[in-house]
Ligand binder design. Structure first.
Ligand code: SF4
Length: 389
């Protein structure tokens, strides 16, 4: 790779001219994003949390409706966790929504509803890491705060033709220092936005548009003809395939659902009772176990499992999940766990549920397996003696 180090690159370039070139480009070609029309820290914070793990296009679709529902940090802090999770549906990574809610409560309870302006103080709030705290300080308060995320990481790595994985030490530390050194003396908002947009629009991961790049003359990777070799990111591990089994248990016009607890993925969300199949376990045994986890009684061996009703495939973290749903019936009396309840169609629309669960319910509805609508099926009705509450 290049014979230059990050510090040599810094000595070689004219920093003022670099800043001027990139900010000038940004003012003409930068993205007009809804969260850039404001300096309100609440609205910028919501956008930054949404943008973690979610594309700009998806956030664009969801941002305004979330803010209509929670127009101020005080209203967000007062909302129930279920309301916040419900508004977050479809964005995924629901831990972000839980932390957003917690952070709103901390800011309202201990900071009079006002965000601190220093990145170090912002970083103490739930859900704000080094990048998000700096981005909020920069975009809301124009504080001199460096940022480093996927786009800027790639851009700086190529500009300096740095070898090694930029997400790891020592290169990651060097790039944070570089990002800080390159900031203008007093402000950072336009400069940081310009860096991100250049990474997102021009210095893209595959086939970067070097011919349109406003900082090509500063780019060591371009000079050395190694652009396509950078950044040297560690390959992502292969996703592991897992099988989940869900049980459809019906009583009257209602289905049994359960709420995920603790710190589990999808904590606070509602779903049909579901388990991960254990090694060597049959799908029917796993489906019976799924039925039993929502109840104190009966136990798994007291359930009859019917034929598979629906399958949803989705990805979560490092897993490719195949979620199969089976009808479960028993003649034993049902005693629900405190985290379980019966729900009709209106309840399901109101309660927070993950996208895979919504897709699963949609499939069940389309196949007439749910106990409402004209195509209702008797295949998964439960012969039990409990009356629906
Ligand atoms: Fe990226 Fe090419 Fe611009 Fe270098 S010249 S910063 S590789 S787009």
């Amino acid at each position: 790779m290049s014979g230059l180090s990050v510090s040599q690159w810094l000595r070689r370039i004219d920093r003022a001219k670099f800043r001027q070139a990139i900010v000038h480009w940004y003012r003409r070609k930068g993205r007009k994003l809804p969260w850039r029309r404001t300096t309100d820290p609440y609205r910028i914070w919501v956008s930054e949390i949404m943008l973690q793990q979610t594309t700009v296009a998806t956030v664009r679709e969801r941002y305004d409706s979330f803010l209509e529902r929670f127009p101020s940090i005080e209203i967000l802090a007062k909302a129930t966790r279920e309301d916040v999770l419900h508004a977050w549906q479809g964005l995924g990574y629901y831990r972000r929504a839980r932390l957003l809610h917690q952070a709103a409560q901390v800011v309202v309870a201990t900071m009079n509803g006002r965000f601190p302006q220093e990145p170090a103080e912002l970083q103490r709030l739930p859900g704000l890491g080094r990048y998000t705290a700096a981005a909020l300080a920069s975009f809301a308060f124009d504080a001199r705060a460096p940022i480093l995320e996927a786009n800027t990481l790639r851009l700086w790595t190529r500009l300096t033709a740095s070898s090694g994985d930029p997400k790891r030490a020592p290169l990651n530390d060097q790039l944070w220092t570089l990002a800080e050194t390159m900031l203008p003396a007093r402000t950072s908002r336009d400069f940081n936005n310009a860096l991100m947009d250049l990474g997102a629009l021009v210095c893209v991961p595959k086939m970067p548009r070097c011919g349109d790049c406003p900082v090509q003359r500063f780019c060591q990777a371009f000079d050395d003809d190694v652009v396509s070799l950078l950044p040297q990111l560690k390959p992502r591990p292969e996703k592991e395939s897992v099988r989940h089994l869900a049980a459809l248990i019906i009583k009257g016009k209602k289905v049994l659902i359960t709420q995920r607890g603790g710190d589990q993925t999808w904590a606070g969300m509602w779903e049909l009772p579901r388990v991960e199949r254990s090694p060597g376990e049959s799908v029917r045994a796993a489906a019976a176990r799924a039925a039993a986890i929502a109840l104190v009684a009966p136990t798994a061996d007291q359930w009859n499992i019917g034929r598979r009703l629906a399958t949803v495939r989705h990805g979560i973290m490092n897993h490719n999940v195949t979620l199969d749903c089976y009808p479960a019936a028993t003649s034993e009396p049902l005693r629900l766990q405190p985290s379980s309840r019966w729900a009709n169609a209106a309840d399901l629309a109101r309660l927070p549920m993950s996208s895979p669960q919504r897709t699963l319910l949609q499939q069940l509805g389309d196949r007439g397996a749910l106990p409402w609508g004209s195509t209702r099926s008797s295949i998964c009705r439960v012969r039990n003696r409990n009356a629906a509450p």
